[in-house]
Design a binder for this molecule. Sequence first.
Ligand code: ADP
Ligand code: ZN
Length: 750
Amino acid sequence: MLYAQVVLPLAQPMYTFSLDEKLAVRVGDAVVVQFGSSRFYTGIVWAITDKKPDYPRLKPILKRLYATPLVSAEAQRLWEWIAEYYMSTLGEVMRMALPSLAKPSATSFVELDERSIEPPMESYVSLSDELCSEQALLEYKEKHARRAPKRVELLDSVADSISRYGADDGYVPRRMLSISSEQLLALRKQGVVRVEQRLVERKYGGERFLSPTLSEAQRVALDAIHKAHEENRVALLHGVTGSGKTEIYMHLIADTLSRGESVLMLVPEIVVTSQLVERLERIFEGRVTTYHSRLTPLRRGKTYLRLASASGGELVVGVRSSIFLPLNNLGLVVVDEEHDANYKQSDMSPRYNSRDMAVVMGKMYGAKVVLGSATPSLESYLNALSGKYAYVELKERWGEGVLPEVVVSDTIRAVKRGERKTHFNFDLLRDVERALSSGDQAILFQNRRGYAPYIQCRTCGYSPRCPHCNVTLTQHKSTARMECHYCGYNIPTPTVCPNCEIQDMALMGFGTEKAVEEISRLFPEARVERLDSDTSTSESAFKRIVSSFQNRESDILVGTQIVTKGFDFGGVATVGILNADNLLSTPDFRASERTFQLMMQVAGRAGRRNDRGRVIIQTSQPKHPVIQYVASGDYHGMARAELNERKNFGYPPFSHLVRLQLRSENYELLHHASHYVAGLMRKKFGGRVMGPVSSALEILRGEHRSEILLKIELGASMQRARDLLADVIRLTAENKDYKGVKLVVDVDAC
Ligand code: ADP
Ligand code: ZN
């Protein structure tokens, strides 16, 4: 008899089951077990031994699922690393990693049909039968040389690719053609080429791809990255927006795939994947696999299974949870926009940072790592300064592209001089006007959605708040309701003050909905679209708005953070940041860094093709250092100043912050528990403990929240800190006085 330790998707330690050798179960396999009297679970076999454990009665493993093990030896080490570092359990990691393949289930279990997994295909192209002989081709070209010279040219190009890269059957992979999709389609319609779908050939090595030709600056950067990788170092690619980082990634990806190794490319958001995937598909047709939470569970499950049995040569583009995909023979991990806060999961355990895990994976899998950004995180920048990472910089935009001019427009001064209409300074309006009259486009960025962030009674000052979350309710004009942006609680917009019963409620501040209304009134001819989470509830709505702006069917795009995310729009002459003040005033030690990154990202949308774009920043603090650094595009200046500040106060990247949040519906209880826990922590950690304080959201969904921060200076042992903190958590959980208080740990909280 054998015995297996099995991870179940629960926040609990592993359980041991007996294992019949006949089931041929291996480490890493998914298995079905019974737990309790009637519950079935899918579990992952973590270890197998023949030593009988001490427990009297062991339940058996009932069944093995799937032909291939789902978790490789490397992935086991990654899971263990994550569970330990982020103070969660392997079961929680499992829930994250195998969302659809390992659902806890009361009565049955799901098993996907492995035979239903479609293998990836790519297109192959040949000349049509009539043109197959050299003679026929020549005659055709002569016949059409005068009337259709373009077609003949394209045909030549296809024939050339076939002779260079084609197989004996006259077919060449579409990816080896240097013509566009539209051109290929035209040739097909004219009946001169044939296109056929074939299985992606799994030679595992030796494949060729047509990577873009690089500029001199890009070549130098690529060489520097190669050099870093030879020295087993992570490369930090700092390249301004539009400098062509993606083209550099493409070269690295092509190298890796042709060695038969796999590539993981992480992106911070689903919304940017489609443009990127289109670009990658053009070169790596049939090899690009996308992975994100908008895919159906079935699709994600199939992707997981397909990858688990593939031996290499895969290219996965996905959001943070893609680090859990089973990538065999992983050769390269690219983290695009590495500074983005979305890489950190903060709403659920394990609260991991995918960017950091990419670096850990590099070591575990022996893979090369590139972190890319136009505004690197200070964590990565410090690693570059200290020489831990290789620092590679691209200072200029690719081709003729020039960086936009940044203009700071003082809102207070504009009001004094009568140079402001509603929420727009004349500076900005003039620029929008100029853009529109020359047929260009404008983007207006406002980081609040809805109509007005809050309403206030002009007589008594009352403004309605969410009873569950204690934040002001945002007015939505289209629905005539006020909504809580945290929990969705909403009420009809009151016209009479609920407090003093006088009819004097006024809308305060403004969100994207109001900005659209006002700008449409000022520019009645312009076609205005809004891009925020209210207008892009579905994938198709989102795509429609983006593509209509891309195809210049709209002139002005008003949006929240979404508009900053790496879109490549060609015709944007003006970018307006409508209210920089509310970015600067967030109570967060990262506010300066984040504001700089955000403003540089929005600014990056201006003038991407040829003309120099302009960015207008509306602010009441034109002298604010962050605004000044944005105006001069001085990343290094911002980074140095900010690092200095962080060092003085012992903030990351000079320390690790661990946040312990306490939650309870009972405010009294929470108050006492917080002080008890903080007291325990001070005994162990002394002056490294801050708090307790109320969380930024004091109440969320009816639960009161407070938190205690722990600063562990660089160089101190995180292992020891975690052990001590685990003691505190255990002591609190065992204390009957504080029953019902939830403790949530967030390591490297941001
Ligand atoms: P980044 O990711 O650094 O913001 P991109 O990779 O999106 O920059 O490049 C910006 C633009 O320049 C894109 O439209 C891209 O097609 C073009 N580009 C950059 N490098 C090259 C190159 N070597 N050959 C052709 N086009 C390039
Ligand atoms: Zn609420």
